[in-house]
Every structure is written in C-alpha cells, then in structure tokens.
Design a protein around this ligand. Sequence first.
Ligand SMILES: Cc1cc2nc3c(=O)[nH]c(=O)nc-3n(C[C@H](O)[C@H](O)[C@H](O)COP(=O)(O)OP(=O)(O)OC[C@H]3O[C@@H](n4cnc5c(N)ncnc54)[C@H](O)[C@@H]3O)c2cc1C
Length: 386
Amino acid sequence: MKIDIIGGGPAGMYFAILMKKTDPAHRITVYERNGPDDTFGWGVVFSGKTLRNLRAADEASHSEITRNFEAWDNVDVVRGDEKISIHGNSFSGIARLQLLKILQRRCEALGIQLLFRTEVTDLDSLRNGCDLLLAADGVNSTARKQYSNHFLPSLDVRPNRYIWFGTNRLFHGLTLTFRENEDGVFVAHSYKFNKNTSTFIIECDQPTWTNAGFDTMSSDATREYLEQVFQKDLDNAPLLSNKSNWLNFVIVKNDNWFFENVVQLGDALHTAHFSIGSGTKLAMEDAIALHECFEAAETVGNALRQFELIRKPVIEAYQAAAYESMRWFENASDYMGLSPIELAYALMTRSGRVDYEKLRERSPDFIARYEAKDNANNGTAVGPPA
Ligand SMILES: Cc1cc2nc3c(=O)[nH]c(=O)nc-3n(C[C@H](O)[C@H](O)[C@H](O)COP(=O)(O)OP(=O)(O)OC[C@H]3O[C@@H](n4cnc5c(N)ncnc54)[C@H](O)[C@@H]3O)c2cc1C
C-alpha cells in the first residue's frame, strides 16, 4: 500500500512504524511541517497500562522509551503549607522531544520516509495519489478544516486559561498545587520527566486571568508574575519558557472519523483535557487500534469502518472522564474552602474513574487520614461543598 501521513507527531509516526513493521512492502511517507528538533511543550506522561500496550505493539520503541523515562506512583496535592500524598498511581514521564526522537529513529530504521519542513496544503492531490491518507496533523488539523463537510467536527473552546512551562525544580510525582492571591486561584500541574527538568503547567479561570492583567502583560512579566505566585513551590527556581503562551483548551470531536481513503488520528480526531494526561497515550493507542484493523480487514474501507466502530466508544468514555476532570479544574475556586485532605479527596475522585474503594486499595494511608478527618468532623461526611 502507498500510505501518506500528514503530521510527524506521536500518532502519525507510531502508525507508520506499526504498518511498516508488519509489511515492509508498504511505501510510507510522513509529512511534517516542523524540523526534527522543533517541538512545543516539555514532558508527557504514560500510565503503567499504556506502557504495556506499547510494549505489545512495538518492543523496540518501548524499550527505548522506558530507558529514558522517570517513573513515580504518587499524586501530591499541595495547599497552604500541607502536602498530601496519594500512592498507587503508576505513571512515567518523558520529554516530548525525546519521545519524538525515538520514534523518528525507529521510522528511519524501518525505511519510512520522513519529510521535515514540508507543509501539506494540497490535500486532494495527496489523497488521489495514495491508498490511505492519514490526517495526524494535531489539534489545529488542516485536514479536519478542509474536509469538515465529511468529518462534521465540533470544537468546544473552554473558558480556563493555561500556560505550559518547564522548570529545573524536580517534582517527584504528579504534583497539583493550589495558590491564591488577590487576583484569584492558580493551579499548577507538575511532574519531572528527566533527571533535571519538570513540566509546570499553570491554569486559572478567566476572571483571575483578567484581574491579573495578563491580556496586556509581556511574556517576561507573565513569567515573573507566575514565579512569584509559586515562589515557595519552585524554591526560587525560574520557570523556563518554550514559546509558552496562554491557551484555552479545545475539546475536539468528530461525528465521522473517515471518508473514502482519508482517516483522522490523535489530536486531530479528539482531545481529552491535560489534567488526565492522556493526549499522547490516546494518539499512540489510536495508532495501535487502526493498525489492528488493517491486520484484520481485506480493504481500506473495511479497516476504517472497523476502526471507527471499535475505537469510538473507547474515546467517548475517555472524553467523558476528561470532561468531568476539566470541569473540576474550571471550578477549582469553589473548593478552596476545603481543608487540604478534603481537597485531595475531591480531586482524586473528580472524574468518576476512582472511588473510595479504589483509593482505599491503592493508598490506605491516605484513606486513613481522610477518615480521621471525617471523625474529627463528628461523623459529618467530608466532600466538596454542595
Ligand atoms: C498543556 C498540555 C499538556 C499536555 N500534557 C500531556 C501529557 O502529560 N501527556 C500526554 O500524553 N499528552 C499531553 N498533552 C497532549 C499531547 O501533546 C497531544 O495529545 C499529542 O501530542 C497528540 O499527538 P498527535 O500526533 O495527534 O498530534 P501532535 O503531537 O500535535 O502532532 C501533529 C503534527 O502535525 C504537524 N502538522 C500539522 N499540520 C501540518 C501540515 N499541514 N503539514 C505538515 N505537518 C503538519 C505538526 O507540526 C505536528 O508535529 C498535552 C497537551 C497540552 C496542550
């Protein structure tokens, strides 16, 4: 088959690897508008379960990924002077650039053509000249826009603002830090992803953002302001910028995932809020699922139909959990009256995927502390305000 792929992110390259590995006769080209070393952001996270999926799909890239990552099992919730640790959450972090380099090397070793600094604009010519056109061109997908009458996408731009920094202060575990000042509430999502760097994403609601005056503030002044808010947590380490700008999260959905020989994958197809850390995982697991459909089907049409049929319910369930999680952070200021232990419990159970029983199994110390608090409240159940 001749396969053309728009986008050299995790979704596009991983699908190329799996297809080429199965059948070296496939002629696969990946078109990427950026250079091989350009990337946005800092680190990404994978759960233990995702790593098992990656191992089953491609042992070679899995072993390179696991050689380079930082693992942890705790979520830390920081409020005031207290840090509450919840264990039993197995996660690993890796630099996004490092992940891309591993996938690039694997593509090259398998004989996949990677065309960097090549922006695809003429989609019709491309799709007429290949058996399969994969649109793995990210959240701002050109293919999704151009073929919107086929895909019927919906885009939900959320009200919160977020900005993605790095820092050399190491956060050993997924650390969620809540800080308030006269402008409002700021939440930081942070975790280490190599020996000397952590991701540090800061989120706030629109009124806080406006009160702080970020709309007219320069990049340097913004960074300094936020360093001040999280001074104690950063231990005076600076925030590191990589074209870091304020963004609004966009929930992407598509009614139709394919038409004729064109299919979407990864962020182009769907997004799930970063607070459940699943974008790269979903992109790579999409690639695994689509590859499996090509293994089982006789024709491109059947493979794409089967892909939408089996994968859509999985993605819908993730997006539903991610939606609850995102809404919790959008309403974070409502929870600031809770004590740190109550806040940690509300946070851990926010998406509905983790409940009291699961927490008791995974982190008995945390639940014991939570119950002690419950008793101190004279038996009144603790939880978020009504
Ligand atoms: C703040 C933030 C934090 C995140 N944290 C995490 C996390 O902790 N864990 C996690 O798993 N995920 C995280 N993500 C999400 C993650 O970055 C994405 O979900 C993931 O990169 C999706 O992979 P993709 O291959 O679909 O798209 P991308 O990685 O976006 O790749 C798409 C590629 O297509 C290229 N492209 C676009 N248009 C064209 C064109 N016309 N021609 C040629 N090339 C083109 C782009 O340059 C890009 O390289 C986070 C995202 C954000 C915004």
